[in-house]
Design a protein around this ligand. Structure first.
Ligand code: SF4
Length: 265
C-alpha cells in the first residue's frame, strides 16, 4: 500500500469575498475559481465529488491483503456477476471537513453498487439525514452513477471489503486500517470524524495511533483528539439498530446537530 498525500488545506469556510466592481479595479477571482485553476494545473486536488483520490486509493481497488475477504469476494461474485465485489472506495467531497466512518460494505448494498451505504437499508437513513443537514444534493443514494453530490462530507469504511456475516476479523480490521490512516493523513482539513458504531470508533483511534481506553464509545459521545479534530460517535444506522429502537431517526439527527455545531464553531 502506498503512503498518503500531503494535500494543501481546504479553503477557509464561509462565502468568498465578493469581487470588486469598482471603476478601474481588476476583478479578483473567487476562491473557488482559484482552486479550479490550480486543479487544472494539477497543483491542487481536483474538485472531485465521487470516489476519493488519495494515493493509497489506486492500490485499494486491487487490494487482496485479507485472504479470507478476497476469497469471499470471488465466491460472491460467482453467484452475482453484476455485483461490484471489490474493495469499496470512499465517496464524497475530497476536501470535506466531515469524514463519516462506517463498518464495512454490506452484501447487497455497497458490495453490489460500489458506493458506501448505497443499495441497502443502512443508507436510507444516512443519506436522508445528510440531505437534511445540507451535505447531500439528494435524499437518496441509488447507484454509483446517480449524480449524487456530497458537499463537505465524505463517507468511508473501517474495512473496505465485504466480510462474511458483516463481521470482519480483528486482523482484517488492522490490515485495512492502513487505508484509513492514509486517508486521514491525506485529509488534514477533516475537522470532525463521525464513527458509526464501535468498530468504526476503534478503527479511527487505531488509525490515529491513539489509545482506546481513554475514549469510550457512546452514542452522541464527543472526543477531543490531540490533533485538534473531534471524534463523534453514533450507533450504526443499520436495520438491526433501527428495528430494535437502539437508534431512532431523532437520535441520529441529534448526532448530526452535534456535527454541525462542531463544523460551525
Ligand atoms: S479489507 Fe482492506 S486490506 Fe483487506 S483486502 Fe479489502 S481493501 Fe485490502
Amino acid at each position: 500500500m502506498s503512503g498518503g498525500t500531503d494535500w494543501p488545506k481546504r479553503r477557509k469556510k464561509g462565502p468568498p469575498s465578493p469581487p470588486s466592481t469598482g471603476s478601474g479595479q481588476a476583478k479578483l477571482p473567487l476562491a473557488g475559481e482559484v482552486i479550479d485553476l490550480l486543479a487544472a494545473l494539477e497543483l491542487f486536488p481536483s474538485r472531485s465529488n465521487g470516489v476519493f483520490h488519495g494515493n493509497a486509493m489506486s492500490s485499494l481497488l486491487t487490494c487482496t491483503d485479507c485472504p479470507r475477504l478476497a476469497d469471499f469476494l470471488v465466491q460472491v461474485k460467482s453467484g452475482n456477476p453484476g455485483y461490484h465485489c471489490k474493495p469499496v472506495v470512499p465517496f464524497g467531497d475530497d476536501r470535506a471537513r466531515l469524514l463519516i466512518v462506517g463498518l464495512a460494505p454490506g452484501m447487497h448494498g455497497a458490495n453490489r453498487t460500489g458506493r458506501p451505504f448505497t443499495g441497502d437499508y443502512a443508507g436510507i437513513l444516512l443519506y436522508d439525514t445528510l440531505h437534511r443537514f445540507g451535505f447531500g444534493s439528494a435524499p437518496v443514494s441509488l447507484a454509483a452513477d446517480d449524480g449524487l453530490i456530497l458537499t463537505d462530507c465524505r463517507i468511508t469504511n473501517a474495512v473496505k471489503c465485504l466480510p462474511p456475516e458483516n463481521k470482519p476479523e480483528p486482523a482484517e480490521i488492522r490490515t485495512c486500517n492502513t487505508y484509513l490512516a492514509d486517508e486521514l493523513r491525506a485529509s488534514p482539513q477533516v475537522k470532525v470524524i463521525l464513527a458509526l458504531g464501535l468498530v468504526a470508533h476503534k478503527a479511527v483511534l487505531m488509525a490515529l495511533g491513539l489509545k482506546q481506553s481513554a475514549r469510550t464509545f457512546g452514542h452522541g459521545a464527543r472526543h477531543e483528539l490531540p490533533d485538534g479534530r473531534v471524534l463523534i460517535d453514533s450507533y450504526h444506522c443499520s436495520r438491526y439498530n433501527t428495528n430494535t429502537g437502539r437508534l431512532t431517526e431523532a437520535s441520529f439527527h441529534d448526532v448530526f446537530r452535534l456535527v454541525r455545531v462542531e463544523l460551525d464553531a
